[in-house]
Design a protein around this ligand. Structure first.
Ligand code: AMP
Length: 279
């Protein structure tokens, strides 16, 4: 695997590949790689000649400085995992390579910015669009792969790519879970053994919803799922919404694409998860 830390060297190398008509599949990450990230790499490999992964802990998308500070950065292990996954290129820039001091950035992405995650993490999606816009501009991928785990993020990036006329095909990949149902996340390492056990209520509530779903009793189902989570010690629910999968507004009996999304603090760790109920 080739490793680049500067835009200029990466772009020069990618241009050579493009001149040879190689297609580029891109997987942006913040590192601390797990099987969820590696499934994105695998999917990128299946439909592209070259797979490029980025590892960049983007400061502008963190709303809590302590969260940014403690975000795991095991780069040596990550490089080993990427080599084993046969990733071709790693882009691992320092913050100074991505940002020239303080930058003003704002992209009007409409309601998506303020619903659900947006409400609890104000400014988060501005930071996400800022960094993904830059990464897309540097890499110019044919395809980019994102996890359903961050469902709202996929909608936000789709909107950004449309608004900015970015010619990239976006692919949403399924959520990888631990055998007991917990969605894989780089933040799971912060869970104590007790937290880890309590956290299972999130995927349990989502799958109960999915398995018993009745589109004519949406609010009753939502209330039951919320009650289940509220009854779990150590779990502080932020939201559980049954939403329109396109707009993320609350779903109703006529909604075609339905997704249930949850966010909660488990101990000191904030977790998110979702299931697609109908697509
Ligand atoms: P992150 O490093 O958390 O920014 O995640 C990088 C990419 O991996 C994002 O597109 C995430 O949605 C995706 N991802 C994170 N966790 C999972 C998972 N459990 N399954 C599938 N994709 C995931």
């Amino acid at each position: 695997m080739k490793i680049f830390t500067t835009n200029a060297e990466l772009q020069q190398y990618l241009q050579e590949l493009r001149n040879e008509n190689q297609t580029l599949g891109f997987v942006p990450t913040m590192g601390a790689l797990h099987a969820g990230h590696l499934s994105l790499i695998k999917q990128a490999r299946e439909s592209n000649n070259i797979v490029i992964c980025s590892i960049f802990v983007n400061p502008t998308q963190f709303t809590d400085p302590a969260d940014l500070e403690k975000y795991p950065r095991p780069i040596t292990e990550d490089i080993k995992k990427l080599n084993a996954a046969e990733c071709d290129i790693l882009f691992n820039p320092p913050v100074t390579e991505m940002y020239a001091g303080h930058e003003h950035w704002h992209l009007d992405i409409g309601e998506l910015e303020h619903l659900l995650e947006g409400k609890f993490r104000p400014g988060h999606y501005q930071g996400v669009t800022q960094v993904v816009y830059k990464l897309f501009n540097i890499v110019k991928p044919d395809m980019a792969f994102f996890g359903q785990k961050d469902y709202q993020q996929v909608l936000v990036i789709r909107k950004m790519a449309e608004l900015m006329h970015m010619p990239v095909k976006l692919v949403m990949c399924p959520i990888e879970r631990e055998p007991d149902g917990l969605a894989m996340s780089s933040r799971n390492i912060h869970l104590s053994p007790d937290d880890r056990q309590h956290a299972l209520v999130l995927s349990k509530a989502l799958f109960l919803l999915k398995d018993n779903f009745n589109r004519y009793a949406i609010r009753q189902f939502q209330a039951e799922a919320i009650a289940l989570i509220d009854s779990e010690p150590g779990v502080e629910l932020e939201y559980l919404e049954i939403a329109d999968g396109e707009t993320l507004r609350p779903a109703n009996g006529n909604t075609k694409h339905i997704v249930a999304l949850v966010a909660a603090k488990v101990g000191h760790t904030r977790l998110i998860d979702n299931v697609i109920i109908s697509s």
